[in-house]
Design a protein. Structure first.
Length: 593
């Protein structure tokens, strides 16, 4: 439980069929405080009960997490009969379960890539990882008046690429807009493309944007954002909506009925039923293949996760172009699953933001954390198109990340350059807790850090700024706030502080508290960051992953407030420069003075 891979004990709640026609059951963790955990959508789990000595005894069936938030979870069950096994158990628990299907798919892809000779896959391997140059087509550049010059250039580079191209999109630069335009224009030249991402959420996001442009998308796999709009373009819903599906459903029902009654038949009746079964199964296969063929022929975009590209329904399909969104978070092994099915690769993302999630430090150090996009961008700069105009942040907030991560190439669009909430406000503040003797501590679970005094100060700073703006104005204009910490234990503590402070109740819906990873792809008008670390040795641990700090800083539109012990943090060059930048461009508040 301390590792966050187990909930025990849990109470079962209501059970029902969800909108994906999956049989699910609600669970709630009881008799245990809120803490860190690794449960998330799509993760396989196993139920267990304890024996007389408190040892776990696992049930035979596996389940999958459908939804999780704080102390509550919804999981899918393989069948209603599984419910009978767990319902009423007093000592019931649930634990993450290792599912090797994804790993097998990735290992198989790597073996195929390494063994490839004289094929397009072998050429793409040598272009991406070797010395073979990436080639371009000679095309007359197109104009896109609704895009800025760097976005327009990126779309033209995608269209001209014969082998590989990268759209490098720093925070707020309209990477998704550019990628959607590139896909839309590619579809003027190609019948169908494959669009992938590492996560279901990223696949959903790009799919929805393509749907908004009128593109026919066929979504393979289960969407995270379960809305009618999202469900309408999933393979399952399209399959069920096909005109021939009622006939297929009737045939399958008849097959089940005949099979159930076959043992009660004798002699010639049994032979007649078997002959009928044979004809029905032939027709079932024929109809299934016909519906599949028509669904894929109608689709202009097939969308799935990278691992999902190994789906049996995609085995016989090959695509001219593959687009990988959020490629900087995609495991290289997973990328090769999809690349096997294509002639041309377009990657979009930002390798200066969050890396792939890798649980094993040894694997990360051995190179698993380095993505294919990173390798190509480093070796073949000519394939990279950097988007340079950002539409999110005040210029003062943008300045430091632009200098540290993007060679000062970012420019703030005129409409956001000086945008603020209050007149004569300072967009950038560092609340220096150095000298206050607010020491960090290890969380009860032993795997995270928190700084209670710093968290309490953050709540005070947040309340003071809200009072300056006025709660009525915040509600009228929907001014939103993000509270970020790299440490889960600090996040949980901050959430508890907010919940028990009545002042925030009227505007609680406009306050989000999460880790850096939880804020990836999001933005808020005001962002407060609790850096936590405060010690005499200058150890900053997790904070040394500077890409995470790039994400944290660049979530803010108009106001950024950092809280941290400068004497601890400034021993690292990044935080020393950041502190100096805030002194120059913003305001430093030294609490110990």
């Amino acid at each position: 439980m301390q590792q966050g891979i187990c909930w025990y004990p849990v109470t079962t709640g209501r059970n029902y069929y969800n909108s994906l026609n999956q049989f699910v059951i609600e669970l709630e963790k009881r008799d245990a405080p809120e803490g860190e955990h690794a449960f998330e959508y799509g993760r396989p789990v196993r139920f267990f009960k304890t024996d007389g000595q408190g040892r776990p005894r696992f049930f035979s069936f596996a389940s999958v997490v459908s939804y999780v938030q704080e102390q509550k979870m919804v999981v899918t069950l393989p069948s209603p009969s599984a419910l009978l096994e767990i319902q009423g158990e007093a000592d019931l628990g649930i634990q993450l379960y290792f599912d090797e299907t994804s790993y097998k798919s990735m290992f198989a892809a790597l073996k195929a890539v390494m063994a490839a000779k004289g094929t397009r896959l072998a050429e793409l391997r040598d272009i991406c990882l070797g010395n073979q140059p990436a080639e371009r087509r000679k095309l007359f550049p197109l104009r896109f008046p609704w895009l800025n010059s760097s976005q327009e250039k990126a779309v033209n580079e995608v269209l001209a690429a014969k082998d590989v191209a990268i759209v490098h999109g720093p925070p707020g630069t309209g990477k998704t807009t550019t990628l959607v335009e590139a896909i839309y224009e590619t579809l003027h030249r190609e019948t169908q493309v494959l669009v992938c991402a590492q996560s279901n959420m990223a696949v959903d996001w790009i799919s929805e944007k393509l749907m908004d442009r009128g593109v026919n998308v066929l979504r393979m796999g289960n969407p995270t954002r379960v809305t009618d709009k999202m469900l309408s373009f999933t393979y399952e819903r399209r399959f069920e909506a096909h005109p021939d599906y009622p006939e297929l459903w009737g045939i399958r029902k008849t097959i089940r009925d005949i099979q159930n009654n076959l043992k009660n038949r004798s002699g010639s009746q049994r032979e007649t039923d078997r002959n009928r079964l044979s004809r029905l199964r032939y027709r079932e296969t024929e109809l299934t293949m016909q519906i599949d063929r028509e669904l894929f022929e109608e689709a202009r975009v097939v969308a799935c996760t990278l691992v999902g590209a190994s789906h049996r329904l995609l085995e016989a399909h090959h695509f001219t172009t593959l687009f990988i969104d959020e490629a900087a978070q995609a495991l290289e092994a997973a990328s090769w699953i999809a690349i096997q099915k294509t002639d041309r690769i377009i990657l979009a993302g930002d390798h200066q933001q969050l890396p792939p999630t890798i649980k094993c430090p040894e694997a990360a150090q051995a190179g698993l954390s380095q993505t294919l996009m990173q390798k190509i961008a480093t070796r073949k700069l000519a394939t990279v198109s950097l988007l340079t105009v950002q539409y999110r942040m005040h210029e003062a907030i943008m300045g430091f990340p632009s200098a540290w991560f993007y060679d000062n190439q970012l420019k703030a669009a005129p409409e956001v350059k000086e945008r603020g909430i209050l007149a004569l406000d300072t967009p950038l503040v560092w609340v220096d807790t150095g000298g206050c003797e607010w020491a960090e501590e290890t969380s009860a679970e032993g795997s995270s850090r928190l700084n209670r005094k710093e968290a309490e100060e953050l709540i005070l700073q947040l309340q003071a700024y809200i009072e300056r703006i006025g709660r009525e104005r915040i509600l009228e204009e929907h001014i939103d706030f993000g509270i970020i910490s790299p440490y889960k234990a600090q996040v949980y503590y901050l959430r508890r502080l907010l919940k028990r402070t009545p002042f925030f109740k009227p505007i609680r819906s406009l306050l989000t508290v999460h880790t850096v990873d939880g804020f990836q792809g999001q933005e808020r008008d005001v962002v407060l960051i609790s850096l936590v670390r405060a010690n005499e040795t200058g150890k900053i641990g997790f904070l040394s992953d500077l890409r995470r700090m790039n994400v944290a800083i660049t979530r803010a539109r108009m106001k950024l407030i950092l809280l941290g012990d400068a004497s601890t943090l400034s021993r690292h060059a990044f935080y020393r420069k950041l502190y100096q930048y805030v002194e120059e461009k913003g305001k430093v508040i030294r609490l110990a003075d």
